[in-house]
Each structure stands twice: as C-alpha cells, then as structure tokens.
Ligand binder design. Sequence first.
Ligand code: FAD
Ligand code: NDP
Length: 321
Amino acid sequence: MENKIENILIIGSGPAAHTAAIYTGRANLNPLLFEGFLAGGVAAGGQLTTTTEIENFPGFPEGLPGPELMDRMRAQSLRCGARIETETVNSVDLSKRPFAVTTDSGTFYAKSLILATGATAKRLNLPGEDVYWQRGISACAVCDGALPFFRNRPLVVIGGGDTACEEATYLTKFASMVHLFVRRDVLRASKAMQKRVAENPKIQIHWNTAATEVLGDGKKMTGVRLVTKGNVSEQILEAGGLFYAIGHVPNTEFLQGQVNLDETGYIKTVPGTAKTNVLGVFAAGDVQDKVYRQAITAAGSGCMAALEAERFLSEEEETGH
Ligand code: FAD
Ligand code: NDP
C-alpha cells in the first residue's frame, strides 16, 4: 500500500502549534498535529499546562487557568478540522520531500512541516521547589510578577544573563526589593542591561551566591536559604517569591542535523518570517524565539507559519511539484 502524504504536519501542542492548526484547518488543508506524550517532560498543551492563572492573553479579561486555555485551543483546532495524535515525534528526515516524521507508531509523510515544539525553562530542583512551585516560585516574571502575592515583598531572581536582568528590573515595579543571585562575580548580560540593573536602587546583586533551599509555611514561600562562595555558613533571606532566569532548553534534540539551529539549539528562521533553511519547513513559537517567549507571540508566529505553509503548498501545486 502506498503511504499517505499529508499536506501539512504540525509538531507541538502549545499556542504556536494550535494556532497553526486552526489556520491550516480553516484553509481546508486537513492538518495532522502530533501533540506529544510528555515530550520534553511537559504535558500535551505545552508550558501553559504548568501554570495557574493567565492574565495577559487577550480576550479573557478575568484571566483563566493555563490548562483551560490550552484545552480551549485544542478544542478549537479539532473544530477547525485538525486531526490530533497524542504521540511524540522521535525523528524527522528533511533531506528529501515528502518529509518523513517518525513516532513510536510509524513513519508519516508530509509536503510541509510546522515545527512548534517549544522550550522548557530550566529549574534548579531545590529542596522545597515541589511544594512552592507556583506558590512563590516561577520561571517567568513577565507572566507571574504582577500577581498580588508578590506585591511589596522582597523577591529573588536567580541568573546573570539578559533574562535575569530584564526580569529583575521588571519585578522592581511590584517588589519592595529584588535580590539578584549571581553564581559568579560577573554578569553574562549585555552591558546595557548590566548598567540598568546597577543603576536601579531596588535591585541588590548578591555575587557568588547560590540558593540551596526554598523555605515556607507549607502554603506559601517565605524565604530562601543561600550560600556565598568562601562563606561556610548558610544564611536565610526573607522572600515572597523566587524567579528562575537561568535559561531555557529548546525542544530540538530530534532536529539535530536536519534544520539549522543556533549555538544554543534554537531553530534559526529567516528574520520576519517563519521560514527555516529547508524549503517547506517552518518554525513557530518558543522553539525559535528566545527573546519574547509569550503565549501571544507564540500564537502570532504560529499564524505566520500557517499562512506561509499555505502559500508554499499552493505555489508547489501551481508549478506542479
Ligand atoms: P510550548 O508551550 O513550549 O509547547 C510545546 C509543546 O510541544 C511541548 O511542551 C510538548 O508538549 C510538545 N512537544 C515538544 N517536543 C515534541 C515532539 N518531539 N513531538 C511532539 N510534541 C512535542 N506566557 C504568557 O503569555 N502568559 C503567561 O502568563 C505565561 N505564564 C507562564 C508560566 C510558566 C510557568 C511558563 C513556564 C511559561 C509561561 N508563559 C506565559 C510562556 C508561555 O507558556 C510560552 O511562551 C508558550 O507556551 C510557548 O508556546 P509554544 O507554542 O512555543 O510551545
Ligand atoms: P543565558 O544562557 O544567557 O544566561 C543564563 C544565566 O543563568 C547565566 O548567567 C548563567 O550563569 C546562569 N545560570 C545557568 N545555570 C545556572 C545555575 N544552575 N545556577 C545559577 N545560575 C545559573 O540565558 P538568558 O535566558 O538570560 O538569555 C538567553 C538568550 O536570549 C541570550 O542570547 C540573551 O542575550 C537573549 N535575551 C535577550 C534579551 C534582550 O535582548 N532584551 C532578553 C532576554 C534574553 P553563568 O553566566 O555563570 O553561566
């Protein structure tokens, strides 16, 4: 039996993948979406399944839980005609067309692909993290910083890159004080970002400092235990929140050697488009974005990928490829 060739195959299940599914479904392209089964350690639905309230996604003035937003996107994809398989893609072969996509249940072929596998925020897995994750601990200040329980409290940010500096600066709007824990005696962040942090009176940098435990009363976080290089004794710092800003890992392991990735593993797209270096393969969402990393920007780039894939397919049809 000849293998079926899909018009469009989408890999991922966050806002980028579902927006792409909604657009290509409505365009009658009958998309097939692989949503993953605990791919990258995250449930189908992506990063928003790991959070509580989403307050900055337009259209939901009262906010809504992250998992509910993703259930709604999934239902909309299905309603628009997408087919969804709860499987993780193990490998792809993009060296020839149709592209081949392999999961545990077999190999699937497609004329075009949208890669939207997202990224996973790194965590330190400190003692206490399981108890206080989302009850004080977060990996996204822009997402969670404005929540009432962070207001007028001392907050801790861990990291020394641009994200840490940006998040520390952002949190000074709400916090009584922001303590930035840097594991070395220098920041990795750009000079401009370093200057902004140094000049902000509400940010205190703790050089050579590591958090060793998250403390709390069982319901909410109240502080962190920390250790400074060269100092044998541990200290306790009162804090109402802890924000990890120690980098993300893009879910691109299975794409090695197939599509151009940057030095940190993010898919490279042609600026201002969703195009990768492989004709017919598009990328959207956090897997190709290490700057904005928001649900709405992921959704927007999913829309771009869908429209570009649709255009690609109709051009291929016109030229008879
Ligand atoms: P992701 O959400 O990263 O999802 C991609 C998913 O694809 C993966 O999780 C996995 O399920 C699947 N996948 C991965 N690999 C494979 C594979 N090989 N095969 C099949 N499937 C695969 N943003 C906001 O705008 N507002 C917020 O309030 C907010 N809160 C956040 C809170 C937390 C704790 C975190 C971690 C992030 C938050 N964000 C928030 C950021 C937001 O979640 C991301 O920007 C957004 O989810 C990125 O969407 P995405 O479509 O790129 O993919
Ligand atoms: P980076 O990888 O640049 O920085 C991660 C930081 O976390 C480093 O300071 C690192 O320390 C620290 N870190 C890593 N692991 C640990 C750990 N286990 N314990 C304590 N600290 C740790 O990630 P970013 O997310 O900051 O930035 C990613 C990319 O995105 C960069 O290219 C950045 O320039 C870009 N970006 C740009 C922005 C902008 O232009 N506005 C905003 C945000 C990001 P160490 O330095 O010791 O390795």
